[in-house]
Design a protein around this ligand. Structure first.
Ligand SMILES: *Cc1c(COP(=O)(O)O)cnc(C)c1O
Length: 394
């Protein structure tokens, strides 16, 4: 059997997979088994925040793995405590952190905090969570239900937990609130939904209103967090103070880790929540290395420069290929080009891969770019050269 046959025979087919076999990476460049190189504008869907084979990250993982990979959360874990401290410091919020292993698990934790808050802080039980259409919050039964896309709520997996409702826009949240509403869960830039950022003023107004109503604002920063939009959190960029923030994708640079941060430190008591692997030595050491690399990249202005450079390139493409694209969307290194239709995006994704540049789809008709935050100008230039070749060949 060749690799594709083995995969099809033994791995459950939940993905429409591409079968290019990557065997090595360096920075934002990937190499397949034939030694062909590809510019990686996807970074494992915003996960490889510091690129492939980053020396500082691989050393940190290697050094930690020689000592302890895992004990349990019944023992104190030094790198976990340090990672939590670093995250809280970088956020500027007065929060504490719980560690899990993924974005969905982080959002599960957030919903559990909200539910207990709603159960214990008010005379009546508050349990309802409002989310937005086109959102994406994960693949567990609860986070699928929290995701505001009908196609996710198939009867195949029903019944789903109660208490979730969806609104079309931020403005519609106000009328959807009732006296059983406990939280509003939103992304500030809907990653899977089309890379469209919400307006800052609208979000600030919402945050203020929810605070006066004692309704929790949960910001799902699984994709936008860890400097993706230019600040440590998109919430920092929007200058709001959420009650709960969830993180995952870019935090471990590829090592699975998820986190829920909250200013409501008194909600969870011992026994309320847990995770066997969450924040173990290995993933916390990776997270610490990633935040070390990225906070320095931020402080030196390198990250900001990269973001401007990348944005200019995307804008250049939009100006040149008006017959293919309607507009440019996104923030920081979370960028998209809204194409005329879904078929155009499919064709662009295929042709890009053939030309040696990896890009993603978002929503129906957006070509999405999520490069590593440490991508070089040379890699950006080469990636867009290849991307243009793909567009010309359509
Ligand atoms: C990817 C993503 C998730 C789910 O994360 P997993 O690690 O796949 O569970 C949740 N929310 C947002 C905004 C995401 O982008």
């Amino acid at each position: 059997m060749n690799l594709e046959q083995t995969d099809k025979a033994f791995v459950l087919s939940t993905y429409a997979r591409n079968y290019t076999n990557f065997v090595e990476g360096m920075g934002a460049t990937l190499y397949d088994e034939n030694g062909r190189d590809y510019i990686d504008f996807a970074s494992g869907i915003a996960v490889n925040s510091v690129g492939h084979a980053n020396k500082i990250l691989t050393e940190a993982i290697h050094e930690q793995s020689k000592k302890i990979i895992h004990i349990s959360n019944l023992q104190v874990i030094e790198p976990q405590a340090k990672l939590a401290e670093k995250m809280v410091t970088l956020s500027g919020y007065d929060m504490s952190v719980f560690f899990g292993n993924s974005g969905a698990e982080a959002n599960e934790g957030a919903i559990k905090i909200a539910r207990k808050y709603g159960e214990t802080k008010f005379k009546n039980k508050r349990y309802k969570v409002i989310t937005l259409e086109h959102s994406f919050h994960g693949r567990t039964i609860t986070t699928v239900k929290a995701t505001g896309q009908d196609s996710f709520h198939t009867p195949n997996f029903s019944p789903y937990p109660d208490g979730f409702s969806y609104v079309k826009s931020i403005a519609d949240i106000y009328t959807a609130i009732d006296n059983e509403t406990v939280a509003v869960l939103i992304e500030l830039v809907q990653g899977e939904g089309g890379v469209e950022p919400f307006a800052k003023a609208e979000i600030q107004e919402l945050a203020l209103f929810l605070k006066t109503e004692e309704i929790l604002l949960i910001v799902d920063e699984v994709q936008t967090g860890v400097y993706r939009t230019g600040e440590f959190l998109a919430s920092n960029l929007y200058e709001i103070e959420p009650d709960i923030v969830t993180l995952a994708k870019g935090l471990g640079g590829g090592v699975p880790i998820g986190a829920v941060m909250t200013s409501h430190k008194d909600i969870f008591a011992p026994g309320d929540h847990g995770s066997t692997f969450g924040g173990n030595y290995l993933s916390s050491a990776a997270g610490l290395a990633v935040l070390g690399i990225l906070s320095e990249h931020y402080d030196t202005g390198g990250l900001h420069e990269t973001m401007i450079y990348f944005e200019e390139k995307v804008k250049g493409i939009l100006e040149k290929y008006t017959e293919l694209f309607e507009k440019e969307v996104g923030l920081g290194l979370m960028r998209g080009l809204r194409a005329k239709d879904a078929e155009t995006v499919s064709a662009i994704l295929d042709r890009s891969m053939q030309e040696g540049v990896i890009v993603l789809r978002a929503g129906r008709n957006t070509v999405r770019f999520l490069p590593s935050l440490t991508i070089t100008k040379g890699e950006i230039d080469e990636g867009f050269n290849r991307f243009e070749k793909a567009l010309i060949s359509l």
